[in-house]
Design a protein around this ligand. Structure first.
Ligand code: PAF
Length: 253
């Protein structure tokens, strides 16, 4: 696996692969990799000649500075996992290189991004859409892979790619859970042992078939701070705080 920091170098490399008719799969991440990321990589490796993973903790999508400070970093184990998963390129840009304009230009969606997670995290999806558009433009990937845990993120990215005539096909991949039912997330690393034992009750509660009001009450009594719970598009979406972590999940009704 080749690790590339320079954006110029990677644009050159991917242009060459494109010219040679190779398909490229891109898996954008913020590092702290776990089984769900590796499952996205698995889809990409199966579908494409080459797979690139980006690790970039994107500051513009953190509306809460503490969340950025506490975001886990596990570089060495990330590299080992990606090597083992058969990744060809690891893209690792610096902030100054990604945001040469210091975020003077940004992408703003005006409807769906203000719902669900967007209500509680103003500006979050502007940061996500802006960085993903940059990554897609730099790599000109054939396909890019996103998990369905971040359902709203996937919908917005797919819509953005269509709206701006970006050639990359945006591929959704199933949400991956721990055996306990807890959705895999980099933020689970922020939980204490006791919180980690309690965290699966979030999924259990939103899968219980109870009313939203009952679920909220139950989660609150279990020590979660409910950010939102909402029925939409045949699913229940939720975000809760547990200790330092903000956890999200969604289940089909
Ligand atoms: O889902 C994530 O990890 C991030 O939002 C993404 C898509 C890598 C953009 O920074």
């Amino acid at each position: 696996m080749k690790i590339i920091k320079s954006i110029e170098e990677w644009r050159y490399i991917f242009k060459k692969h494109k010219t040679n008719g190779k398909t490229v799969g891109l898996v954008p991440t913020m590092g702290a990799l776990h089984g769900a990321h590796i499952s996205l990589v698995g889809h990409s490796v199966k579908d494409n000649d080459l797979t690139a993973v980006s690790i970039f903790v994107n500051p513009t999508q953190f509306n809460n500075p503490d969340d950025l400070t506490n975001y886990p970093e596990t570089w060495e184990s990330d590299v080992a996992k990606l090597e083992a998963a058969g990744v060809d390129y690891l893209l690792y840009p610096a902030y100054e290189d990604m945001y040469r304009d210091n975020y003077r230009y940004k992408l703003i969606e005006t409807e769906y991004s203000g719902d669900l997670c967007g209500t509680a995290r103003p500006g979050h999806f502007d940061g996500v859409l802006t960085v993903v558009m940059k990554l897609l433009n730099m790599t000109k990937a054939t396909k890019a892979y996103f998990g369905e845990k971040d359902w709203q993120q996937f919908q917005l990215i797919k819509d953005m790619a269509e709206t701006f005539f970006i050639d990359t096909e945006i591929i959704p991949c199933p949400l991956i859970r721990e055996k306990s039912g807890l959705a895999m997330s980099s933020r689970n690393k922020m939980l204490t042992t006791e919180e980690l034992e309690r965290a699966p009750l979030f999924n259990k509660t939103i899968s219980s078939g109870k009313t939203i009001a009952e679920m909220k009450e139950e989660l609150t009594s279990l020590g979660f701070k409910v950010d939102y719970l909402k029925k939409k598009e045949g699913r229940i979406f939720g975000a809760v705080f547990l200790g330092k972590a903000r956890l999200i999940d969604n289940v089909k009704i």
